[in-house]
Design a protein around this ligand. Structure first.
Ligand SMILES: [Zn+2]
Ligand SMILES: [Zn+2]
Length: 274
């Protein structure tokens, strides 16, 4: 009985601590990006505006409310992972020597590839007319994304996304550094893809064009928020290209043409069906 009380007490401590960390991370990174890029300071970095309509405070407030609610569940996931680690049942480890230095990089890339595939298929499922309203509507409610949208999920979506991390620590040996690096990459990537502006002159970021075409950036994901039926990936364009959900006009368009494309087609093309 005392043992159970101790476990619950520790679980509660973990939940509270991680809820705090997740919230602080959200306000620092999403809030910081909003504060910077939507003020005069960010103007020199903005190459193209991706919004179809002016941003309204109500949408931002709704995104923040959903993000805080999602953080409650993400905190529970983190508490579960830590409790499982304490019990020695996860594949998390702390000594780099256990698998070598090279494995840190390999496992980092592997988790991103697996998460991208997981996200692509659940995201396509979310857009099915049967599920959209109660699984994914919250994320699309603002129409035009802002950094605040990056973690705005309906609770069922937050559960499905959070379960990825609960599962992965039982499937692949991961150093804590790798896990933190994946979480930080996911956070920064989500904020950048929802920032509402293209920040790079080329749509393919700072990579050589052939490599850049493999990655998802702000313009790519803004098209998803405007057109719904294309661009379901998280980090890479691989699954969209393979399964025919890549907007065929995306890669052939010059920056100027994309802006026109937005004005003429974006607003009127908001269907959620898959
Ligand atoms: Zn979506
Ligand atoms: Zn989004």
């Amino acid at each position: 009985m005392q043992n159970l009380f101790f476990i619950l007490h520790k679980f509660g401590f973990y939940w509270l601590a991680f809820f705090g960390i997740i919230i602080v991370r959200y306000f620092l990174i999403a809030g910081g990006a909003y504060w910077f890029f939507y003020s005069v300071m960010g103007k020199p970095f903005v190459k193209r505006r991706l919004h179809l309509k002016p941003i309204v405070w109500k949408s931002i407030r709704q995104d923040i409310e959903l993000s805080v609610l999602s953080a409650v569940f993400f905190g529970l996931c983190a508490a579960f992972i830590m409790s499982a680690y304490d019990s020695g049942v996860t594949l998390l480890y702390t000594s780099v020597n256990e698998y070598g230095l090279w494995y840190l990089a390999v496992s980092f890339v592997a988790v991103l590839i697996i998460q991208d595939a997981y996200f692509y298929f659940i995201h396509r499922g979310f857009h099915h007319p049967l599920f959209f309203k109660w699984l994914h509507y919250g994320h699309h409610r603002s129409g035009d994304p802002t950094p605040w949208t990056s973690f705005a999920f309906d609770l069922p979506e937050a559960v499905i996304q959070g379960l990825f991390f609960v599962g992965i620590v039982f499937l692949i040996p991961l150093h804590f550094i790798t896990l933190i690096a994946v979480l930080m990459t996911m956070t920064v990537w989500a904020v950048l893809t929802h920032v509402g502006f293209e920040l790079f002159t080329s749509r393919f970021w700072f990579f050589p064009q052939w490599l850049g075409k493999c990655f998802i950036g702000s313009t790519h994901h803004a098209i998803h928020h405007h057109k719904y039926r294309v661009h379901y990936g998280l980090y890479f364009t691989f699954w969209d290209k393979l399964l025919g959900t890549h907007d065929p006009s995306y890669e052939g368009l010059s920056n100027k043409k994309i802006a026109n494309h937005y004005v003429s087609r974006g607003a009127g093309n908001s269907e959620q069906g898959d």
